[in-house]
Design a protein around this ligand. Sequence first.
Ligand SMILES: *Cc1c(COP(=O)(O)O)cnc(C)c1O
Length: 226
Amino acid sequence: MNEENSSAQNYNHVLEEMRRHSKKHGVEMPTLVCVSKTYDAQAIQPVIDAGARVFGENRVQEAQGKWPELKAATPDIELHLIGPLQSNKTKEAVALFDCIQTVDREKIAKSIAKEMKAQEKSLKLFVQVNTGSESQKAGILPDEALEFVRFCQNDLALEIEGLMCIPPFDENPGPHFALLRKLSREAGVEKLSMGMSADYLTATEFNATHVRVGSGIFGARDYSKA
Ligand SMILES: *Cc1c(COP(=O)(O)O)cnc(C)c1O
């Protein structure tokens, strides 16, 4: 993305590309999740002003530092947790977020179910699948995904909206998107969160319902500030 462009211009550009690409391939236009991790409220506001309403953050504590105020000012914002959740942060996560995309093990599913009940708040939930079976990566293994979705639905009465994946960064993402789509159909869940700045158009072709774009909107991240 052009470094000289403003984040608002980048946001509109990404939306336009998605629109063009979904039309060309005859697929539904996904929801654009603007990933604002490492960026502060001041950097995020222009993208809200440009019309964005769905945002993603990957750390609970970082999100707590900026989103309560931003959400108070623009109440129709939908905030997604897209990073791993520890059970000692579930209470805060359920209070702040509208969607958790990273449900990936029994312990965290149980703790989310318990907190949603305690707070009388219902969040949208996605199960994260480790499509590349990478040992260091979060997510349920593909072989265990269906059983885990059933566990969430039947044992915990959680409504699972869909599946989410982060393909290995050095691999062609297409086969991973195809695998996630196949698993979602087998599990009978509708939503597919896949695709980031480098591959959101590919993900769109594979019927993503949500793409998560960070640097393509906000610019390169400076992790020393995170
Ligand atoms: C950071 C992040 C993104 C966005 O990555 P970009 O390459 O900057 O678009 C998407 N998904 C997850 C889970 C992330 O942590």
